[in-house]
Write a protein that binds this ligand. Sequence first.
Ligand SMILES: [Zn+2]
Length: 305
Amino acid sequence: MSERKSNKQRRAEIRDKRLKRAEAARRALAQPDPRWRDEAGPPPVVGGVATDRELLARYNNTYDLLPAFYFDRPFTCRDCGEAQVWTAKQQKWWYEEVRAPIDSEAVRCRRCRRARREGDPAGNALRERCRQLRALGARAPDAAARRAIDEALESKWWGVRVVALETLGLWADATSVERLKAMVSPAQAPPRGSWLFQARSAAAKALALKLPEAESDWALETGLSGHREGGHLLEALVNRPRAFWERALETEWRRADPERLIRLVWAVRWNAADEALYRSWRGKLRGHADRRVGLAVRYAWGEEI
Ligand SMILES: [Zn+2]
């Protein structure tokens, strides 16, 4: 078997693992655990909204897969590509008032839903623009393509700007990468709700699409430093060779900052397919003076706690 898998394979594996984990969480929440069934008690996770399972059971064929709580769910609008959250309250309305099937999910943002309903020409134009911008990402940039991206980054629709950032991430040439990096780590923290605030996250995700080998150390450092978008960058380090992780483990072990070590444990777990690497570090990490490091190792590899 080849040591290094293709990015595509690794990403597919990561996606499958996430889906499995989400499904496990969903099942756990659907268990008739007395703690969660106690109507006077708080939901197990902040932001959870209790479901009316009796009602849901009447409109769905299944009881055992029905959730005990709704949680805000992130999704990407199928039409405009904008990152959205389907809130717990909206889900309650959708499943319990509209009585939609429990496996139906939000796929479009409010604006795009309306545009579809009304055949809104502005909505269609927006979709067409996003389609064209995405198409630019498939080939190397020329002057005209770069101009189109510059214009898109001035669009009043943030969804268009996000698609433009994705295109920069797909090009992944030096200019585009520098631009995205500057957005991920702006000189000053952008105010909540501003474009630059949202751009930080969108740029990190765009960089993760095709992170160049030469940016590995920057991505690792940004991720380990606890940067709020660092998770995307750590996840982008799929397919880095064993030596890369070995070196990171050595460095962080010497630095002995438990927070950084914990982040690294998770990054190794996600990105290094190599179980031998884990076996060679397991004992050392689990014996760390800070108990949280050992716990992270156990959680990350799904061992008995
Ligand atoms: Zn949309």
